[in-house]
Ligand binder design. Structure first.
Ligand SMILES: [Zn+2]
Length: 466
């Protein structure tokens, strides 16, 4: 890439930071639809500000019904490369200490605020990469389009709307994850385990056990309510579970025990401490009256042993070289005197099939006496790691950063999951946790500059008239 492009980027650092601040100041969290504004007022404002920025910098823009905006580098060139990013953000949440979530500040070489790293910051890095090439008059022979979505965080209905109108480009990258590059997203296999039984009134008994807020998150908290339990006699088992599971176990009311573990995304359950499973183990250890309910409570830790997240308890442990281990976590729990229901979430390597995964799990779960249902398996996403496209992106990354470029496989889904030739590429450098979705989200200013240069080089390599 021409030295003048790099120089242009360095010279426009402050402009880029100001644009990121302005765009991140809009709290574009999805809200109820308004007339012509499918995700509410703030999402509409953020999307249109981004479109206006692109138009101001000389790109041909188009607004797809306020779902998606596009900016074409040069609409006369055959469209070849799409860059897919988003202007919506997750809710602010609590616990911010450095700044208010939508008051973006520069501090210690970072920009702090919601959206700085997911994904408004990276999206504007891509826009500035396009701008740098354009204003440096670098000749292009293929077209580039920045696609700006506004509903990535809650289901990607935005790009569903867009791709119903427009075809997928030959190549797509999305700066909505991390460097180097994600070419494989595991498949997903979710299952619901349930059991109905006759109510037993023998005491002591479980009145209810609840844990989990989402099928794709390891539960942080579980609450068990009892009837007729001697709370003092429960102390020993409580201490035992607290120690064995490294969780907090406390009496929170008469006949009520609360367990606090640690949440984690279902694609990385090994990072969590599953409060729901700890609660099932505690219930199994207490001196409760025999019942069908208790009998089935005790079976759950056998199918989902605490701390084991490879699916071996239900017989689906598997691993392949490209996409690595299957992960599995039981995330939603409800038990009462007449029935129980649980949901697990498993992320399946490319080698997984209905036969070696879904059918095996179903067989083992029903053999234990439970009922089983599943919405079926979501297939994995894979772009060949040795393709010219992927190798070119990795080459640009290596050239600009001096770091080793390699493909990654992840358990989560990204914006490109449904695209045939789409990969996630940047924009966060390796081993940095920018607290996306958490309090004090940030993006390092050096990272912003490096990502912009990597994108400019990649666009040039893929589309330049060399
Ligand atoms: Zn994102």
């Amino acid at each position: 890439m021409d030295q003048k492009v790099t120089e242009w980027i360095d010279a426009h650092k402050q402009d880029l930071l100001e644009d990121i601040k302005a765009l991140c100041a809009i709290p574009s969290v999805k809200a109820a639809p308004l007339e012509g504004k499918p995700y509410g007022e703030e999402s509409y404002k953020a999307l249109n500000l981004a479109i206006d920025m692109a138009a101001k910098y000389g790109f041909t823009t188009k607004n797809y019904d306020n779902y998606v905006g596009t900016a074409d580098y040069d609409s006369a060139l055959p469209r070849t490369l799409d860059i897919l990013a988003h202007t919506d953000v997750v809710p602010a949440g609590e616990g911010w200490t450095v700044t208010e979530p939508f008051n973006i500040i520069e501090k210690d070489g970072r920009l702090y605020g919601r959206g700085t790293s997911d994904d408004k910051g990276p999206m504007l890095c891509a826009l500035y990469a396009m701008r740098a090439l354009k204003e440096s008059n670098v000749p292009m022979k293929k077209g580039i389009r920045l696609i700006m979505g506004s509903d990535e965080e809650t289901g990607s209905s935005d790009i569903e709307h867009y791709y119903a109108i427009e075809p997928e480009a030959e190549m797509t990258f999305s700066p909505d994850a991390e460097f180097p590059l994600i070419n494989i997203e595991k498949g997903q296999f979710r299952g619901i385990i349930s059991k109905k039984y006759e109510e037993s009134t023998a005491l002591p008994r479980i009145l209810s056990l609840d844990a989990g807020v989402a099928f794709n998150a390891v539960p942080q908290k579980a609450v068990i309510k009892f009837e007729g339990l001697d709370m003092d006699a429960a102390k020993g088992a409580m201490e035992e579970i607290a120690k064995a599971c490294e969780v907090e176990v406390n009496v929170t009311a008469d006949q009520e025990i609360t367990i606090i573990g640690e949440s984690a995304h279902a694609s990385t359950p090994e990072n969590g401490k599953n409060a729901g499973l700890a609660a099932m183990m505690l219930a199994s250890k207490l001196d409760l009256a025999d019942s069908e309910c208790l009998e089935f409570v005790k079976k759950i830790p056998e199918l989902f042993p605490y701390g084991v997240t490879d699916g071996s308890g239900i017989g689906i442990k598997m691993c392949d070289e490209e996409s690595h281990d299957l992960t599995c976590t039981l995330d939603l729990y409800h038990v009462d005197p007449t029935g129980m229901e649980f949901t697990f979430d498993s992320r399946v390597p490319v080698m997984g099939t209905k036969e070696n995964c879904q059918d095996v799990a179903e067989k083992n779960i029903t053999a234990a006496g439970f009922d089983f249902t599943t919405p079926g398996m979501v297939p994995p996403h894979r772009v060949a790691g040795d393709s010219d496209f992927v190798q070119t992106l990795l080459g640009s990354y290596e050239k600009v950063t001096g770091l080793k470029g390699e493909c990654l496989a992840i358990g989560g889904g990204t914006y490109v999951h449904e695209l045939k030739n789409g990969v996630a590429f940047g924009a966060i450098l390796p081993d940095i946790d920018t607290r996306m979705h958490g309090a004090d989200e940030f993006m390092d200013i050096d990272n912003i500059m490096i990502a912009t240069k990597v994108f400019a080089d990649a666009i040039w390599e893929l589309c330049g008239d060399k």
